[in-house]
Design a protein around this ligand. Structure first.
Ligand code: SF4
Length: 203
């Protein structure tokens, strides 16, 4: 692994053994919950595309938002930064005249630290790719109700950003075998884990 998928940050915070199972042993977890998640995600994407009426670069959209004092949205935005060693796809980016919102959709969304770190990871990569001179906000949105349940101004040198960068280093060390994974010591996490049947680390 050369670049860390931003979604791996959330998995790493749940239990770092998931990094070994998913990215080293290449085990694909498949549960009814995951299957439902993919289906809802695809429906949101299809609904968005039905209403989408612009195909343009993000740079042009940012300029239009300012000029027309309007809000635009882009979904499934691919982001990648070699310097920040991360890669990913942002669920939705809202481009306002004065700010940019990076939104991650979660089922039964709660403001868990793992979710905050994941969305902060997207903000880091987005900022590394674009310098629009606008404030960037990270937001977690409940996928089922469409309600934003947490948002915060992104700070590149803030506590969440520093934790993301530490997580990225650790994930790369785990994936390369430089570090050994520490299994969670929370039994209920193992019981709810989608890798349970394939995990040799479980409690
Ligand atoms: S089953 Fe337990 S130890 Fe294994 S990956 Fe899941 S949470 Fe970690």
């Amino acid at each position: 692994m050369k670049l860390v998928p931003v979604s791996a940050i959330s998995a790493h915070n749940y239990c770092e053994c998931q990094i070994i199972l998913r990215y080293v042993r290449k085990i694909r977890a498949w549960t009814p919950k995951i299957s439902k998640g993919i289906s809802v995600h695809n429906t949101l994407e299809t609904e968005f595309l039905k209403k989408a009426d612009i195909s343009d670069t993000i740079e042009n959209i940012v300029a239009r938002a300012e000029k027309e004092n309007a809000v635009f949205s882009a979904r499934e935005l691919f982001v990648r930064s070699k310097d920040e060693r991360m890669i990913g796809k942002i669920d939705e980016v809202e481009i306002h005249p004065d700010k940019i919102m990076i939104i991650d959709d979660k089922p039964n969304a709660k403001a868990y630290e793992s979710s905050k770190l994941q969305v902060t990871g997207y903000c880091i990569v987005f900022e590394a790719m674009h310098s629009f001179g606008k404030d960037i906000f990270g937001a977690i949105r409940d996928r089922d109700t469409g309600t934003v349940i947490w948002d915060e101004k992104f700070e590149s040198k803030g506590e969440l950003s520093e934790k993301v960068r530490q997580n990225v280093s650790r994930i790369l060390d785990l994936a390369s075998g430089k570090a050994s994974p520490r299994p969670t010591d929370i039994k209920t996490r193992c019981e709810a884990c989608s890798y349970l049947d394939n995990c040799t680390y479980r409690i």
